[in-house]
Design a binder for this molecule. Structure first.
Ligand SMILES: Nc1ncnc2c1ncn2[C@@H]1O[C@H](COP(=O)(O)OP(=O)(O)OP(=O)(O)O)[C@@H](O)[C@H]1O
Ligand SMILES: [Mg+2]
Length: 228
């Protein structure tokens, strides 16, 4: 993967609101910033602030109430759906396929791309997240933290240009959390992936270069690089 393709996701005046029983709830307004391939970002804020909702928008999995999101490749603007095949997403609730083993869950994105060595590559990724010994277990036969690591391996196995991870260490002890954070940030630093993590962990957020803070309906993009 090459980061000199300069792929970007640009948010302009993005608002997300939900209407329930004729009552409108606005999560945030005027989210305006750019996500660049090769950089890392942490989204933080209290529970219910809209972090998962913002992540879904940034990955093009949902549409905003108002404002625009665009995907840029080599300075050309595209609709968000153009980047779907370049995107690895770790859902807060994992969303593993219950009938498939850990190995086959991780191999699936590769098989959908016609990759011949899908099972071998999937096994290597299970090893990366410390789960090769659980390869034949189905999700219900795995702990929460093990399911989370399978979901992370599945999101990373095809070397996506952008990685979106919702609370990727939320179910892990601190040693496993550190190891998984290393895996995620290595994708960013070594392979030039854009990495966006939602997290309540200050330790994980501090490793990201940039921070997006959601609070009381405001979306604030910290232009200062953290850790420098
Ligand atoms: N499809 C929907 N319809 C109505 N309300 C929704 C919908 N999706 C999310 N919400 C509401 O939006 C608010 C923000 O949800 P979201 O999941 O984005 O929060 P969050 O910041 O990720 O919280 P947490 O840290 O607990 O995961 C919640 O109050 C939720 O009920
Ligand atoms: Mg959430």
């Amino acid at each position: 993967m090459s980061s000199n393709l300069s792929r970007l996701i640009q948010l302009c005046g993005v608002e997300q609101s939900f209407s329930l029983n004729n009552e409108k709830t606005t999560l945030f307004t005027d989210a305006s910033f750019t996500i660049e391939q090769g950089n890392s970002y942490a989204i933080t804020g209290p529970s219910g602030a809209g972090k998962s909702s913002l992540l879904m928008l940034m990955a093009g999995l949902e549409s905003p109430t108002s404002g625009t999101l665009q995907f840029f490749e080599q300075n050309k603007a595209y609709e968000m759906n153009k980047m779907r095949h370049l995107t690895g997403f770790v859902f807060q609730q994992f969303h593993l396929l219950p009938e498939l083993t850990a190995l086959h869950n991780v191999a699936l994105p590769l098989k959908l791309r016609g990759e011949k060595l899908a099972d071998e590559k999937a096994l290597a990724w299970l090893e990366n997240v410390g789960l090769a010994h659980r390869k034949n277990h189905k999700p219900a036969q795995l702990s929460g933290g093990e399911q989370q690591r399978v979901a992370i391996a599945r999101a990373l196995v095809f070397e996506p240009a952008f990685i979106f991870a919702d609370e990727p260490t939320g179910n892990l002890d601190s040693n496993n959390a550190d190891d998984i954070a290393d895996v995620l940030f290595r994708c960013c630093e070594d392979q030039g992936a854009g990495l966006v993590v939602v997290t309540h962990s200050e330790a994980l957020a501090a490793r990201a270069q940039y921070r997006v803070v959601l609070s009381r309906g405001q979306c604030q993009f910290d232009t200062k690089r953290s850790g420098l």
